[in-house]
Design a protein around this ligand. Sequence first.
Ligand code: ZN
Length: 61
Amino acid sequence: MIEKEKILDRTDPVCGLKVNMEKTQYTSRVGDDIYYFCSEECKKRFDFDPRKYSGDDDQDD
Ligand SMILES: [Zn+2]
């Protein structure tokens, strides 16, 4: 079973910290995926080179 609290947790792809998707104000959208960041710095680093952090280029379309 998956608890609701855990559903709200996302991993910051830049630094690896857990981010609460309802609380963070730092998000970035790539295609259909939304990434969540712990800080503006992490978001900036992601936006600079999204493919480096989003990891997979095996997306469905
Ligand atoms: Zn971070």
